[in-house]
Design a protein around this ligand. Sequence first.
Ligand code: NAD
Length: 431
Amino acid sequence: MPDDTVFRDALRNLDRAFQYADIHPEAIERLKHPKLSIEVTIPVRMDDGQMRIFRGYRVRHDDTRGPGKGGIRFHPEVDLSEVKALAFWMTCKCAVMNLPFGGAKGGVVVNPKELSPLELERLSRGFIQRVADFIGPETDVPAPDIYTNSMIMGWMADEYSKIRRQFTPAVITGKPIPLGGSLGREDATGRGAYYCLKEHEKQRGWHPQDVTVAIQGFGNAGQAIARLLDADGYNLVAVSDSSGGVYRKEGFHVPSLIQAKNERKKLESVYCRDGLCEVIESETLTNEELLELDVDILVPAALGNVITAENAARVRAATLVEVANGPVTPEADAILHEKGVFVIPDILANAGGVTVSYFEWVQNRTGLYWTEAEVHDRLRERVEREYWKIDELAQRHAIDRRAAAYVHALSRIGKALTAQGTEEYFRNGKR
Ligand code: NAD
């Protein structure tokens, strides 16, 4: 029997939120079972002539409120239970943001860093050949996730269009702009988290220049939030990637840090001008040490399950912004709550990505494209609205923000599910 722990852990949020949400027990039961899970194998001809077989998954958790929506991750440790958990979170995330989508997710077991660009393209197209019957603009709409990017989305949309023999950009979001991508999609996840922090800043009465930040993971989302917070005057003192981290009490020159990471594929404290970068003194630290730094804001923006029962008591940040999906285990969550850490939960904090994906899908279907400023405004408006609704629920029920976010999501999903009738309706003719 495959280990289903990750999915079962994710479902614990359902039971916690159930007592406060306006949702029928039947709806809760339905959400415990993904609508569709498929496992595929993808044979890929490698550059040296060998054939390698890769394993992939696509899960559509629920599509009551609209087509499934969720990214495809390329990672050596992807497994079905994790993909099911991520698909469940997408159902909740889309409901939190009131997007007309359900939840889905996909994954391929691969270390993409070991593949050549051509091998990566063959794998991406091969995955779409396997799942083409299960995705589509009206059924299930993938997007990027860990170690997949806009170019990969472009290949995937192209492969799907070839299979259907019609240009179908709305099948996938996060595409390159010339292939139907939306302006503002690239940094949308980090930007959504940043908009949450701007609302939180009002609650705390913070002045950005007095606030220290540590970010774990310096990819798409981690870099975007770093750049936006830095532009506001926040003090980024620590950052890490898969090879470890750097710490500098006085803060980094963030544009140079981003430039060095992207151009030289190396995380180092530098100051760059006119194409020349000089190293500025900093300390190295491990990913574990970064999580325990005495900072105001901690942003896990890499992998899940990094804050556990083992290290949660040592987290010293006042506010934790979950840009990664599921960075805190349920046991750790209880410890953080006890310590008074203010957690902005993943299904709100990182929902900027799926929200702008929704905007991309709308633009592809209408053929009417928006300016970047329009995208930012519409995103900000939604994030602010849902941030304060969740805050109000948290205060009303005296619960933490994660529970409140689930209450909010489940109430919306519950209404959709029960609109199709419940046991009481069919037995007694009333709801
Ligand atoms: P990415 O691939 O662009 O970046 C991931 C970063 O994490 C890289 O810097 C990598 O070096 C680092 N990393 C990998 N393993 C690590 C480890 N063991 N310790 C520390 N760092 C490690 O991915 P991304 O798109 O920025 O996504 C980051 C997180 O945000 C993921 O959890 C993802 O699910 C979540 N997320 C992303 C989006 C999106 O639109 N990009 C949307 C919602 C949620």
